[in-house]
Design a protein around this ligand. Structure first.
Ligand SMILES: Cc1ncc(COP(=O)(O)O)c(C=O)c1O
Length: 501
């Protein structure tokens, strides 16, 4: 159980003492999960200090920006998470589709730095990770390892990124700048959906006791940080955009699943508002839809397995989105020809068109899945579908070049823009979509057995316990327990006083 990050008591006091010394030396003050869920509770002194700190450097106070409430300049906070609402002229559906923007997060411009913090902080405050001695290993299909490396830098420790070799060049460029040693970037064979190869590399690294693996696919810290922080943020967003529209309903929460961490926000929203939870995957690799396999390019949503922290029995729909469509839409939304087409031929607001650059490949996948969901349920204007834009298009500029070459004969013109609109957006249908019955849920749940029990050695009783909602709800009291431990560690390290706060 300790491996899965469920400890609520100190595991090794000597490690914790050394950690506290390190935090004092590096002047690292740790935010609580409560503060990240509701940044209005972050002390005014910290907020003031942040105004002068670059959001993209390894400054410890940037940990206080690891939440959904950063403003456009990423210097100050907002009351409501930044978002883009897509109009019916774009989506072709009446339901309101709203994406919360992950690229406001610090250092990596993606919300996965929150998952990295959620996995790390319980280990830190329970004395299971010694930043002065251990290396932090971050297995990832893209952004999580960047978040982990960024936080490792803040702690002054080695952070090792493990990710597939075919991820976008922009990710590797970022990692080259941030790792302490180039050998800390480990490329595993294959692409996005080759998660098993990542596990195998982690098993190899795990043989060295100095490596601590923060496996986002099975760490409940990832689940909890998203259920409590992302869930609360999206709930606040829904409240803000429906204040003047009584009768609105938070009809669905849509999230493409990599580790399934983000999907945990759906558990919060469903509990509060009866929201349906839609898990999304690439139709080229239909693991949840068909127990299938395959390659795809929706970077960040690795597949061919069911993450341990996916609350499958609470998932209402599974939707498949083709990577051909996400590849082509990123070209339509981020080229001069495409933007001109959207404004002049489709009559879209130029500001909205400019805002579409906040949507990376998996964000476009979420957008298409939201459209499919709205069509499937015949949703109307009172129905709101909330989803996330994990990162922006700037992470994929090199991919845009590749797609223009591969799919458009190296020339993306107005005809190609029109074709892309018709084929990849307007044609979004209810195909590749399952409304989960109890039997469907059990089928997907049981598929996880092969990864977790057979390959990774999880005890069968632990595996099966996750069938019940009470198991997931029962995890929630870890959040205040960890927050109390974080507060105690901060008090002992004296980092606040060192920072003059
Ligand atoms: C770009 C991108 N989109 C989506 C996801 C999936 O999010 P989650 O792991 O929370 O399911 C990730 C995860 O790394 C990602 O990097």
């Amino acid at each position: 159980m300790a491996r899965l990050g469920l400890e609520r008591n100190v595991v090794d006091q000597r490690v914790l003492d050394r950690t506290i010394t390190r935090l004092a030396e590096e002047s690292v003050l740790l935010p609580t999960l409560g503060q990240l869920a509701d940044p209005a509770t972050i002390p005014a002194g910290v907020r003031q200090r942040l105004v002068d700190i670059d959001p993209d450097v390894a400054n410890p106070l940037n940990l206080y920006r690891v939440h959904w409430f950063n403003d456009a300049a990423r210097r100050g906070f907002t009351d409501v998470p930044a978002y883009v609402e897509l109009p019916s002229e774009l989506t072709g559906v009446k339901a309101r589709i709203v994406l919360a923007l992950g690229n406001r997060f610090p250092m990596i411009r993606a919300h996965k730095v929150l998952a990295a913090y959620g996995c790390l902080v319980p280990r830190l405050v329970t004395g299971q990770f010694d930043p002065g001695h251990h290396k932090a290993v971050w297995p990832s299909t893209g952004n999580y390892c960047r978040g982990g490396v960024a936080i490792s830098r803040i702690l002054g420790c080695r952070g090792v990124a493990v990710l597939p070799e075919n991820m976008s060049r922009e990710r590797f460029d970022w990692l080259d700048q941030w790792v302490i040693d180039r050998s800390d970037v480990i490329k595993t064979p294959g692409s996005e959906s080759n998660v098993k190869e990542i596990y195998d590399e982690c098993a190899r690294l795990d043989r060295d006791a100095d490596n601590i693996i923060f496996n986002q696919f099975c760490e409940f810290g990832n689940y909890l940080v998203h259920r409590s922080c992302t869930g609360a943020a999206l709930d606040k967003l829904f409240e803000a955009i429906t204040r003047d529209r009584p009768g609105s309903k938070l009809a669905a929460f849509v999230s493409a699943s990599g580790s399934s961490g983000t999907l945990a926000a759906g558990d919060h929203l469903k509990e509060r508002r009866g929201t349906k939870i839609v898990a999304v995957e690439a139709s080229e690799c239909p693991t949840l839809l068909e127990n299938g396999f395959g390659e795809h390019n929706i970077q960040g949503i690795g597949d061919k397995h069911v993450p341990y922290i996916h609350n499958v029995m609470n998932t209402d729909l599974v939707a498949g989105v083709s990577d051909t469509d996400t590849d082509r839409l990123i070209v339509l939304f981020n080229t001069e020809v495409g933007r001109t087409y959207l404004v002049e031929r489709r009559g879209l607001d130029p500001q909205l068109v400019a805002d579409l650059s906040n949507l990376g490949l998996s964000s476009l996948c979420n957008m298409l899945a939201a459209i499919k969901t709205a069509k499937y349920f015949d949703m109307g204007p009172d129905d709101v579908i909330v989803t996330v834009a994990t990162d922006g298009a700037d992470m994929y500029l090199s991919e845009i070049d590749k797609v223009v070459k591969r799919d458009f004969g190296n020339r993306f013109d107005t005809v190609a823009a029109g074709e892309t609109w018709g084929r990849s957006l307007a044609a979004a249908s209810t195909s590749d979509l399952i409304e989960m019955t109890h039997v469907d849920r059990k089928r997907v749940f049981n598929l996880g057995y092969f990864t977790w029990v057979e390959q990774q050695g999880v005890a069968i009783e632990d595996f099966k316990a996750r069938m019940k909602q009470s198991f997931w709800d029962g995890l929630l009291d870890l959040v205040p327990a960890w927050d109390d431990m974080i507060a105690a560690v901060n008090a002992k390290s004296g980092a606040a006083a060192k920072l003059g706060l």
